[in-house]
Every structure is written in C-alpha cells, then in structure tokens.
Design a protein around this ligand. Structure first.
Ligand SMILES: Cc1cccc(O)c1O
Ligand SMILES: [Fe+2]
Length: 291
C-alpha cells in the first residue's frame, strides 16, 4: 500500500501577514483562518491545503499525504516500519487540528516531517471562492500539487519515498544549472499527477526549492503571471516543461523559495515508461532573480 496523494503542506515563515496577502492576492488561495502565529488556506473543497506558522525557518516543515481508508493507513504504517522507519500514531488532538480521522507521522532521512492521514474534512457547504478570480485548481485524486525537495543524500531520500512510501519514478532530468554544475532531478508519482514530489541535491540553503499549484484553465496562469510581473516577482518566465509538459512560470514567495503556477500537465498512465531528459523546459522558463 502506498500513499495516494499529497493532501497538505506546511511552511514556517517569518512574515505571516506577508504570506496572508501573498497567498490570497497573488496565488488566489482562500484564507480560512489567520492569527499573528499562522494561517491556513484553501484551494478547493477541502478544509485546508496550506498551513503557515510563524518561525525563523522560511522553509517547508510539513508534508501531509492522504490514503483512502483506516485500513490503508495501518498498511502504510506497516510498510514504513518494515523499512525501519519510526512511526508515531498521532493522538486525537493533532488529528482534530488537521481535521482528519486518523493520522500517523514520521521523518524522512533528511528529517522532513511527513504525516500520513485518512478522513480529511470536506467543506462542500462552504464553496471555494478565489479572491483573485482563479477559476479553480487541479486537485482531487491528484492531490494538492507538487513540491521539489533539496536533500544532501538523494539515494536515501529516494529509498524512503519509493521503497517505504511507495512512490514510483516518472523520469529523471539532468539539469545544467551552470557550465560547471549539472544536477539530477528525480520526479516521483503516487497517482496520475506526473510528479507530486521531485528530489535533488541543489546548491540551495533551503529544503524547499518550490511548490506548484495547477490551475483549471491556462488563463488563470496568464492572469497570475501578470500579477507577479506587476510586483516584479517573476523568478522564471512562462515556459513548457520537457517531462510533464506543463505550461508554467515561477514566482517569488515571501520566504525566498519559489512557487510554480501552471496548467496542462500530462498524466502518468499505467503503461508509463521511465525516460530521461537533458533540459527542464521545451521552451521558456528563463530564470532571473526578481528585481
Ligand atoms: C524544475 C522542473 C522540471 C520539470 C518539471 C517541474 O515541475 C519542475 O519544477
Ligand atoms: Fe515544478
């Protein structure tokens, strides 16, 4: 039994109010709770998808993966323990905070907290409305979106996410960052989303390179690009990725890692075969530091 989809992410941020403005005005997320110590945001019918808490890290501190039933949760727990991963069965207090029926937690080899849960809260009675007019985000069986983790030991991270959590490799890109530096990006899927997680050893201080939101219409990406461009916050121009063929751009977040905003990724199918690429993009995605 493997995890089914990414349910939520958690970031620790120095400037909560900047994130509340950014998440709503720039990303088009719906704020569902906010205080000086943190906030939560929605992008669909789920009670929340992004949690931010005040702190010094300005980085990812939590990923939450979903399974479809209590039996599936215990099966994932068994698989993790068979791979030597210490698992905590979280109590009712944390499950209540997350709004889920059952929750276990562990750490990946880079000490990133990973939660696995079943029974998330759906708020169909409070429909999602984007404050920035986004038509909607691609979630459902494909989960929240994707994120790219920077790790020092790629082999042990791949072992954990593939052998213990049940991800499968979609493809690998040799990304030439500079004349003297090419890095390998490993793209992993746990459902039909081309990748929910990518892993690489990057010349980066932060654990998180970027997280990605996929919209239902291309114009949502265009409108967001205009919002980021108006704020001089475009990190990489519009482009189409080589592997998942998503059309996207990258923008700066208040925490220094990037957000990728995209549309139109292709899905992995049952007969998927792994290939490699020498480039991250077919066209575009010219990276330039925000002014
Ligand atoms: C760097 C990179 C390469 C391919 C697909 C992606 O989503 C991505 O962020
Ligand atoms: Fe991405």
């Amino acid at each position: 039994m493997s995890v089914q989809r990414l349910g939520y992410l958690g970031f620790e941020v120095t400037d909560v109010s900047a994130w509340c403005t950014f998440a709503t005005d720039k990303l088009g997320m719906m704020e569902c709770s906010a205080s000086d110590d943190g906030a939560r945001f929605r992008i669909d019918s789920r009670a929340w998808r992004l949690n931010i808490e005040k702190g010094s890290a300005d980085d990812i501190v939590l990923s939450g993966y979903e399974v479809d039933s209590e039996n599936a949760l215990w099966a994932v727990k068994k698989r993790l323990e068979e791979h030597g991963v210490a698992v905590t069965v979280e109590g009712a207090d944390i499950a209540l905070d997350r709004g889920v029926l059952g929750l276990i937690s562990c750490a990946d080899p880079a000490n990133n907290r990973v939660e696995i849960y079943y029974g998330a809260t759906e708020l169909f009675e409070r429909p999602f409305h984007s404050p920035a007019g986004v038509s909607g985000f691609q979630t459902g069986d494909q989960g929240f979106g994707h994120y790219v983790l920077n790790v020092s030991d790629v082999g042990s991270a791949l072992d954990f996410y593939i052998k213990a959590l049940g991800f499968q490799v979609s493809d690998i890109i040799d990304w030439k960052l500079r004349e003297d530096l090419t890095v390998q990006l490993y793209f992993l899927h746990c459902n039909t989303r081309h990748h929910t997680l990518a892993i690489s050893k990057l010349p980066l201080e932060k654990r998180l390179h970027h997280f990605m939101l996929e919209t239902k219409h291309l114009d949502d990406v265009g409108f967001a690009f205009d919002r980021f461009e108006a704020a001089d916050a475009v990190v990489a121009t519009l482009g189409r990725h080589s592997n998942d063929q998503m059309i996207s751009f990258y923008g700066a977040t208040p925490s220094g890692f990037a957000v990728e905003y995209g549309w139109g990724a292709r899905h992995v199918a049952a007969d998927w075969s792994v290939v490699r690429y020498d480039t991250i993009s077919v066209w575009g995605h010219r990276f330039a530091a925000p002014k």
